[in-house]
Design a protein around this ligand. Structure first.
Ligand SMILES: NC(=O)c1ccc[n+]([C@@H]2O[C@H](COP(=O)([O-])OP(=O)(O)OC[C@H]3O[C@@H](n4cnc5c(N)ncnc54)[C@H](OP(=O)(O)O)[C@@H]3O)[C@@H](O)[C@H]2O)c1
Length: 276
């Protein structure tokens, strides 16, 4: 089975549109905060602006000044702003400090300590959209997670680590192994997985002999090769061994953007309810 992101995203966008009708004239607004964005960041920002247009949700791009902290504070206090997304990398600015200064309510990417800690405590507003997208895809396609052995390749704060915690949540009930660049026996650990997730950022990293017969493979990687986007998984050879696999492009990334907008609408509702 090909786990395409489009039908999953379509359902999320349709839920968002239903909610937008109920808001009538009021609208959420997303701010993309950037500092000297490179070509790929600019293209990512354009795709988010375009998606906003389709949903009738304004998306504003704000360039960092020499006073980023003050800018973020202003955005935090502005009731018209529902979400703030920091466009990585923020050139010339300490990105960590900027992220930590975003109000947890408007941190729709779930990158700050309150939302990340909330995944452990079950009290946060938002998990990082990419991590949530992986779970959303598995649920959408009715792939069982409970009791399964899951191996995640990559331990970043935006993908691998939060995803491991989402899999561990009560009710989701996966058993998780997280691998990184210092892991011994990564191939064996990958081959032991019922569900293998790769978030490494290296083309062809997951080969056929890394995958158990009948496994589910989720490819989070986005790599540019000769102007084309490819994942971490050697898709053509690996797919034969799997019962389900995500394509790249058209898999996790498609759902990630949809979840970002879902978080934005949730933030908008919370602010309307006086949560700011
Ligand atoms: N589809 C989406 O929506 C989406 C969203 C975000 C990111 N991505 C893509 O996902 C990939 C990962 O992104 P990220 O932000 O998590 O990247 P990252 O911060 O660079 O993390 C990469 C992880 O891979 C590990 N790694 C690197 N080389 C390895 C090796 N040889 N063996 C084992 N582990 C290795 C690193 O280990 P160490 O920690 O030891 O360095 C690190 O934990 C990228 O391709 C990115 O473009 C996709």
């Amino acid at each position: 089975m090909l786990l395409e992101g489009a039908p999953v995203a379509k359902r999320i966008y349709s839920e968002i549109k239903d909610q937008m009708i109920r808001f009538e004239a009021k609208k959420p607004k997303l701010v993309l905060y950037c500092s000297h964005p490179d070509d790929s960041t600019q293209s990512y920002m354009r795709s988010i602006v375009k998606r906003g247009e389709k949903l009738d949700i304004p998306v504003e791009v704000i360039e960092a000044t020499e006073k980023p902290f003050e800018q973020i504070m202003q955005l935090n206090e502005d009731p018209a702003v529902s979400g703030i997304m920091i466009m990585h990398p923020l050139k010339g600015i300490d990105e960590d400090i900027v992220i930590k200064s975003i109000s947890p309510l408007k941190d729709v990417e779930g990158r700050g300590p309150t939302n990340l800690g909330g995944i452990v405590m079950g009290e946060g507003y938002y998990a990082p959209p990419t991590a949530e997208a992986v779970i959303e895809i598995l649920k959408f396609y009715n792939i069982a997670i409970r009791g399964k052995d899951i191996t995640i390749l990559g331990r970043s704060t935006t993908v691998g680590k939060p995803l491991s915690l989402l899999f561990l949540k009560k009710g989701i009930d996966g058993t998780v192994t997280v691998c990184h660049s210092r892991t011994h026996g990564i191939q064996e650990k990958s081959r032991a997985a019922d569900i293998l997730v790769s978030a490494v950022g290296k083309t062809g990293f997951v080969r056929e002999d890394w995958v158990k017969e009948g496994a589910v493979v989720i490819d989070v990687g986005i790599n540019l090769v000769d102007g084309k986007i490819v994942g971490d998984v050697d898709f053509e050879n690996v797919k034969e061994k799997t019962i389900a696999i995500t394509p790249v492009p058209g898999g996790v990334g498609t759902v990630t953007t949809a979840i970002l907008f879902r978080h934005l609408v949730e933030s908008f509702k919370r602010i309307l309810d006086g949560g700011i």
